[in-house]
Ligand binder design. Structure first.
Ligand SMILES: Nc1ncnc2c1ncn2[C@@H]1O[C@H](COP(=O)(O)OP(=O)(O)OP(=O)(O)O)[C@@H](O)[C@H]1O
Length: 308
């Protein structure tokens, strides 16, 4: 439903997106994850036909993004990261305004607005003024407006940002509901855990490059080849650190005030030998904890903190 082939975007001399290849199948909820400035919004704005590519191309629901922008706009519901709502409009009028823009007839509009309000749990706010709504409700209203023309594809730029925990849970539940309705969803976030349980696939982007992508299970498997070990030293921490640094299986090492987190490309044998070596060299440890990587680890391992 969504394809990018070598998509790249420059702003003057600055390359915001290098070259991204991506394919999102029908019915997927794809989490587009990356730190601030990674190029998520730029990619999303291209897919939403709001900016031109510097190189490469894209397709949404069979329509070429630059060749058939009107076709793309019919097929997508787009929620920008910074959206505005019009003052002096009531909730139903706001939705009606967008429905008219999609040339939906008066009788059908009435039905659609009532369905969408119901789905987003905003029926009781139908006649309220938009500018009087809380941030969470405005966000829900904006999501409601992406649905009025019943698009098969939803492109949502950080839809849960700035929401309190309860509102976030509600947005996630809603995403699951929309997936059940058969929608293909691209959703961006820089908060990984926010997306962990509602996406079927993810892509991790940093500095305009897609570092890893695929079904969530396969991304986990790729990274699980590596082990994450947390060590808390009691004595001889310096000797312990130098043993770890000289270990051939070491892929990364991160020092926190109370522990060291190492990523090893290693099997059980290698991990056991490393532990034995530490003990043999007189390094005393309070704990040596081998754990499965979380999605957070995947993110930290794959991205290198090149942008902030
Ligand atoms: N119109 C523009 N002109 C110049 N540079 C821009 C423009 N829009 C974005 N950039 C730069 O391009 C890079 C990517 O920005 P983009 O907004 O796509 O990142 P992002 O991943 O969506 O970040 P965030 O999570 O902070 O929204 C950033 O360095 C940004 O400063």
């Amino acid at each position: 439903m969504i394809t990018l082939e070598g998509f790249g975007k420059d702003y003057g001399d600055f390359m915001a997106v290098d070259s991204i290849d991506l394919q999102i199948d029908q019915g997927e909820t794809f989490g587009f994850i990356g730190p601030n400035g990674a190029g998520k919004s730029t990619t999303i704005r291209f897919l939403a036909t709001l900016l031109r590519a510097s190189r490469g191309r894209g397709e949404v629901a069979g329509c070429d993004v630059m060749g058939d922008p009107v076709g793309v706009r019919q097929a997508i519901g787009y929620m920008p990261d910074n959206f505005g709502v019009y003052d002096g409009m009531r909730v139903w009028e706001f939705l009606d305004f967008f429905a008219v823009a999609y040339r939906i007839g008066r009788i059908e509009r009435k039905k659609i607005i009532s369905n969408v309000l119901e789905l987003l749990d905003l029926t009781h706010k139908r006649d309220d003024f938009v500018n009087g709504l809380s941030r969470g409700m405005k966000q829900r209203l904006c999501l409601a407006k992406t649905l009025v023309h019943d698009p098969p594809v939803l492109i949502l730029d950080e839809p849960a940002s700035g929401l309190d925990p309860r509102a976030r849970v509600e947005v996630k539940a809603l995403l699951k509901e929309l997936r059940k309705m058969g929608k293909t969803i691209l959703i961006s976030s820089h908060i990984l855990t926010e997306l962990a349980d509602c996406c079927t696939s993810i892509g991790i982007v940093e500095r305009g490059k897609l570092l890893m992508s695929g079904p969530i299970g396969s991304v986990y498997r790729q990274i699980r080849r590596n082990r994450i070990v947390e060590i808390r030293f009691l004595e001889n921490a310096d000797a312990g650190l130098s043993i770890l640094r000289s270990c051939a299986a070491l892929r990364s090492l991160e020092q926190e005030p109370d522990k060291v987190i190492v990523e090893l490309e290693a099997d059980d044998e290698i991990v056991a030998s490393l532990m034995e070596q530490l003990i043999r060299e007189g390094v005393r440890m309070r704990s040596f904890n081998d754990r499965d990587p979380t999605l957070e680890d995947v993110f930290m391992t794959v991205t290198k903190g090149l942008v902030s």
